[in-house]
Design a protein around this ligand. Structure first.
Ligand code: HEC
Ligand code: HEC
Length: 394
């Protein structure tokens, strides 16, 4: 929804989540609501890029569950300058506020954080990054961004909220911009829990036989085992127990996307937790090539899949899970597996967990029919507002 609907939500007092009932009184204090509104304005403000014309929403398209790549067509985001291409696919922002801060637990398992490599802890800190990234909004420094907000139509609201001298304090103003953007991303617009799957959990919708079959495969530890990483609980009536990610990291051996300009250099590799945008947690080389498990909520709306946008069809992603090891020639040139990792790190790829425990000559864990049914089930994870934007099945 754009600003209009967000404003009307605030003024009509129904900013609560659907779970709380549509007529819930506005309990959040006005200050928070104003912060959210400022975040909404900032998120859609196309004057905040260099050159102007790009906002957060240009890549995080509100009509496609806040994902998209600004029309690059190659699976990674196109920035504000012509030809400014990054190395990563734009994630959906839906349900992202549930990600905890980045940490590595006692079992040496990394989890949480923002970005596909968890390099920042929260959304407030995150928001500053695209504003200053040369391949995204391309502002040279914080002062430039602050000056743009000071000249905006909502500058007065900003002063009222953060103090009349806020724009003279660059660090504070930039932090306030991040906080407002984070507050906006925490509103129910970003976690409505209105998918058919949610309604099914609430006992308010039924699934077709195909959807039920796909769901069973998703949860079965011996076939799809998708739930092993895309955590969900079909016996809980509370949709919050089904975020379809456990926020951990894994290395799936996704094929190299040769359309990414940085990949023209055969020695360049995007290793996720292993850099180039961060340093290895605990210096542990086994994390090289691991990326965050994304939520599968609204996944059927994505125009590209996986960290490097290699896949463009949902059924292909599921097929890759099924046949990566039984028929590698389908995915890797010459059948040479794990071609987006330096040979020294190919041993980091997950080859033990179902469905990835197969070898050449084995039968895949999932048949072609299973792949179709699983993909059909994934379409039920689409929130109501986006159902009209779903691409045709298969
Ligand atoms: C040029 C396209 C582009 C623009 C503009 C853009 N982003 Fe992003 N965004 C991305 C990409 C690509 C990533 C993944 C980057 C990575 O993992 O290194 C990302 C990641 C994120 C994440 C982390 C999501 C997750 O699942 O970890 C958040 C939050 C986010 N962006 C918010 C914003 C906000 C707020 C703005 C505006 C200030 C913005 N983005 C502008 C492309 C964009
Ligand atoms: C061992 C953990 C694990 C298991 C099991 C798993 N996934 Fe994933 N999944 C991931 C990770 C990690 C990524 C992101 C990888 C990347 O970007 O390199 C991912 C990405 C995806 C994506 C792309 C999402 C996007 O926004 O780009 C889809 C679709 C998906 N998984 C579906 C499934 C299905 C269906 C199953 C069961 C057949 C499954 N996954 C099993 C860890 C797992």
């Amino acid at each position: 929804m754009g600003l209009g609907l967000a404003l009307s939500m605030v003024f009509s007092g129904c900013a609560g989540s659907p779970d709380q009932g549509s007529a819930a009184p506005l309990t959040a204090d006005q200050r928070l609501s104003r912060t959210e509104r400022l975040g909404d304005r900032l998120f859609h403000d196309t004057t905040l890029s260099e050159p102007q014309g790009m906002s957060c929403a240009t890549c995080h398209n509100p009509e496609r569950a806040f994902g998209g790549n600004n029309g690059s067509g190659i699976g990674v985001a196109l920035g504000s300058r012509p030809g400014a291409l990054g190395i990563r696919n734009t994630p959906s922002l839906m349900y992202g506020s549930f990600s905890p801060a980045f940490s590595v637990d006692r079992d040496n398992t990394p989890s949480g954080g923002q970005f596909l490599d968890g390099r920042v802890d929260g959304q407030a800190e995150q928001a500053g990054k695209p504003l200053l990234s040369a391949v995204e909004m391309n502002n040279p420094d914080q002062a430039t961004v602050v000056a743009k907000v000071a000249a905006s139509a909502y500058a007065e609201d900003f002063r009222r909220q953060y103090g009349s001298d806020i724009f003279t304090r660059t660090d504070d103003a930039f932090a306030a911009i991040g906080a407002a953007l984070a507050a906006y991303q925490q509103t129910p617009e970003f976690h409505p829990f209105t998918s058919r799957f949610d309604q099914y959990l609430r006992g308010k919708d039924t699934f077709t036989p195909t959807e039920r079959r796909g769901m069973a495969l998703f949860f079965n530890p011996l076939t799809g085992n998708c739930v092993g990483c895309h955590a969900a609980d079909q016996s809980s009536g509370n949709p919050r127990d089904s975020l379809f990610t456990d926020f951990t990291y894994d290395n799936l051996g996704v094929p190299r996307n040769t359309a990414i300009p940085a990949n023209a250099d055969p020695l360049f590799f995007d290793l996720g937790l292993g850099g180039p945008k961060r340093t290895l947690p605990n210096g542990d080389p086994s994390f090289n090539g691991a990326f965050k498990v994304p939520t599968l909520r609204n996944v059927a709306l994505r125009e590209a899949f996986m960290h490097n946008g290699f896949f463009t069809r949902l059924t292909d992603v599921v097929d890759f899970y099924a046949t990566r090891d039984t028929d590698p020639a389908r995915w890797y040139p010459g059948g040479l597996k794990f071609n987006d990792l330096p040979p020294a790190f190919s041993g980091n790829v997950n080859v033990t967990e179902v469905p990835y425990d197969r070898q050449l000559g084995d039968a895949p864990r999932l048949s072609p029919q299973d792949v179709m049914d699983l993909s059909t089930f994934l379409r039920t994870l689409t929130d109501e507002a986006f159902v009209g934007a779903l691409p045709a099945a298969n």
